[in-house]
Ligand binder design. Structure first.
Ligand code: PLP
Length: 390
């Protein structure tokens, strides 16, 4: 009998990104305890919920008290709107082709849109006319990120344009912080000052601004003065606070695989491309069928320790040699009882016995690859199937 197997079908590969929605719910709840009653929480679920699955993350965050959802792409916003979730949605990144193709439908679905330039305001106004619905606009102010956003001295012009247009309605003014993960960096205060004076100018033109929002995870954790009407945490919801904190947050993703092979090799045996590592004794090597095409960073090669669950317990095994596209090697030590088929924890929560070693974290992988946990989480590729715990 032949089974038709589509290319890269993740069902036939042992790699799993195990997602624990209760972690996202509890993390959301924990962040909520920092907020004044009038401040709402917008769960940032862009990039497929930072790799956890957008709808999974959105539902879990709403259960934890989020009343807003934020995504970059209008198409993601539409998917959220169609899921009939109990939250207001904001989308903030589009260009003219996207705007023409999807914004009328997005606005028709009741989604709020960000506007960061005169041109974007025109695109939104046009889409609103087509949808025959007034667009709820969040005016983005560029206070130093240099990406999307109106420069503070353009506020009056934009304010006047919004007031003159019956198809747009100012719902919020907002900005995004460049350096909130460095609490001592004066950039955050400078951005807040620019934001406040831009809002003053805008208010003089249009009247009171209904809502203001500034804070990402780092500012949610460290800057109550910047919480304003809505906070927009992302990474902290997934269990990776970007600043030291006492707020209890736990990772929601655990990346697992299984040993494909265990073999003994002599001292001095070379491992992987470029032979950057040789065994320092006779030892047993374990082959794990996960690599950089699954999202692991090759730059993290030969640095991180994985957990292997053998019949006798959980053991640390150092990843050795360069990480390949589809596979990596761990040094199991000379006396291991590990066998092909044993489970391997690449990062996350191994959930072992109380004294068992804990697994590496996305922070450990990020440090080894000289990047940030955001990139580690969002890099886990589509060929790794997501298993959502219930
Ligand atoms: C506009 C905006 N707001 C909020 C966030 C959430 O940031 P963080 O994940 O650092 O909390 C992001 C993510 O980059 C973003 O782009």
């Amino acid at each position: 009998m032949s089974i038709p197997i589509p290319a890269e079908d993740p069902r036939h590969v042992p790699n799993r990104a195990v997602i624990d929605p209760s972690a996202i719910t509890e993390n959301t709840r924990a962040l909520g305890t920092l907020l004044e009653e009038h401040t709402a929480l917008m769960a940032v679920v862009k990039a497929d919920g930072y790799g956890h699955g957008m709808l999974t993350a959105a539902r879990a965050a709403i259960e934890g008290g989020a009343t807003w959802l934020g995504v970059a792409h209008p198409a993601s916003a539409l998917a959220l709107a169609h899921a009939d979730l109990d939250a207001q949605i904001l989308t903030w990144l589009y260009e003219p082709h996207t705007a023409q193709a999807v914004l009328p439908e997005v606005l028709g679905a009741g989604v709020d849109v960000a506007v960061g330039s005169v041109e974007m305001l025109q695109l939104v106004s046009e889409a609103a006319r087509q949808a025959d619905r007034r667009a709820r606009v969040h005016l983005k102010i560029d206070t130093g990120m240099g990406r999307n956003g109106i420069l503070p001295w353009q506020m009056r012009e934009l304010g006047a344009a919004i007031t003159a247009d019956d198809f747009v309605q100012l719902t919020a003014a907002w900005t995004h912080l460049t350096s909130a993960d460095e609490p001592d960096d004066p950039a955050t205060d400078q951005q807040a000052e620019l934001f406040d004076s831009a809002c003053e100018a805008l208010a003089e033109e249009v009247g009171p601004i209904p809502l203001q929002h500034i804070a990402n995870s780092a500012a949610t954790l460290t800057r109550p003065d910047l919480h304003r009407d809505i906070v927009r945490p992302g990474i902290a919801l997934y269990g990776y606070p970007p600043v030291p904190t006492d707020v209890p947050l736990r990772p929601a993703m655990t990346l697992t695989s299984r040993l494909a092979l265990v073999k003994e090799v002599p001292e001095g045996h070379s491992i992987g491309y470029g032979r950057i590592r040789h065994t320092d004794r006779t030892t047993r090597l374990g082959l794990v069928p996960i690599g950089y095409a699954d999202g692991l960073h090759r730059a993290a090669s030969d640095q991180v320790t994985l957990i292997v669950r053998t019949e006798s317990g959980d053991y640390r095994a150092r990843q050795v040699g360069r990480i390949s596209m589809d596979q990596l090697v761990v040094d199991l030590g000379p006396s291991t009882d590990a066998r092909a088929g044993d489970e391997v924890f690449v990062f996350g929560d191994a959930g072992g016995a109380p004294n068992a070693p804990s697994a590496a974290t996305a922070d450990d992988w990020a440090e080894a690859a000289d990047t940030i946990p955001y990139e580690v989480l969002t890099s886990v590729s589509a060929r790794v199937s997501r298993k959502v715990l219930s």
